[in-house]
Design a protein around this ligand. Structure first.
Ligand code: BTN
Length: 237
């Protein structure tokens, strides 16, 4: 099920409020405008008119770390949607959850969750922002929109319909066969595999070779004489 709001602070915040109020989900919440859109690592997500802002509230079974695999399902679904509306846009995926077009960021995903005392997940919110009509300027990671690629941007409602359908497909695959097929599909669409990358961690920045992602979706970085597995960070190609 999906609902559209004219304006909200952040669709992630709205999803979390509804989770706290007992909403069972799955529920897609989308808004035409966000006044306090949030990105990863505490960044602002500039919410420009004509772009897609949506969050999925769901309550899958399992631990928070297993359910976090669904952020890869979301990235795959966004890339499916974008490939449908812009077949020549060169859509690729950058670890952990960025979607690139022509090498620049066109969509981002913000995953939030809450676990109970037993470690089981209470709720999961997958927030997705897609630059359909416009992209923010002067961002650390260069951004782009469909419009800037010369593609007539779809209405956000049309983009959401396609996204919901694509996500449902990957969700079913995940339920039935686990993370392995998502990992394989994600790797086949990824950028930087086998090449030298820079990874920003909370307290350091390291360089190495992007070797793989593991069974949890962590980045496997090859260093001289060793391998380091990274659960969260920002990649620069
Ligand atoms: C990122 O930093 O790459 C993640 C961006 C996530 C933005 C989306 S827009 C819809 C949802 N609501 C928010 O406040 N953030 C996410």
């Amino acid at each position: 099920m999906s609902i559209w709001l004219d304006e909200v602070d952040s669709t992630n915040e709205e999803a979390k409020r509804r989770a706290a109020a007992g909403e069972a989900g799955p529920l897609w919440i989308a808004a035409r405008r966000q006044t306090q859109g949030r990105g990863r690592r505490g960044n602002e997500w500039q919410s420009l008119r004509g772009n897609l802002f949506t969050s999925l509230l769901c309550r899958p079974e399992g631990s928070a770390s297993r359910c976090a695999q669904l952020s890869f399902a979301a990235a795959l679904a966004v890339s499916d949607m974008l490939a449908q509306v812009a077949p020549s846009a060169g859509i690729r995926l950058k670890w952990p959850n960025d979607v690139l077009a022509d090498g620049r960021k066109i969509a981002g995903i913000l995953l939030e969750s809450e676990s109970g005392a037993d470690g089981g997940l209470k709720w999961l919110v997958l927030g997705i922002g897609v630059n359909l009509a416009a992209s923010p300027q002067r961002t650390e990671i260069p951004a782009i929109s469909l419009a800037e690629l010369g593609v007539a941007p779809p209405d956000p409602a049309d983009a959401l319909d396609r996204l919901v359908t694509a996500f449902a497909k990957w969700y079913e695959v995940w339920l039935k066969d686990g993370f392995a097929p998502l990992r394989e599909a994600w790797l086949s669409r990824s950028v930087g595999l086998g090449s030298r990358i820079r990874v920003r961690l909370p307290k350091e920045e390291i360089q190495g070779v992007f070797r793989d992602i593991d069974d949890n979706g962590s980045l496997v970085l090859g260093l001289p004489g060793s391998v380091r597995t990274i659960a969260a960070g920002e990649v620069f190609l």
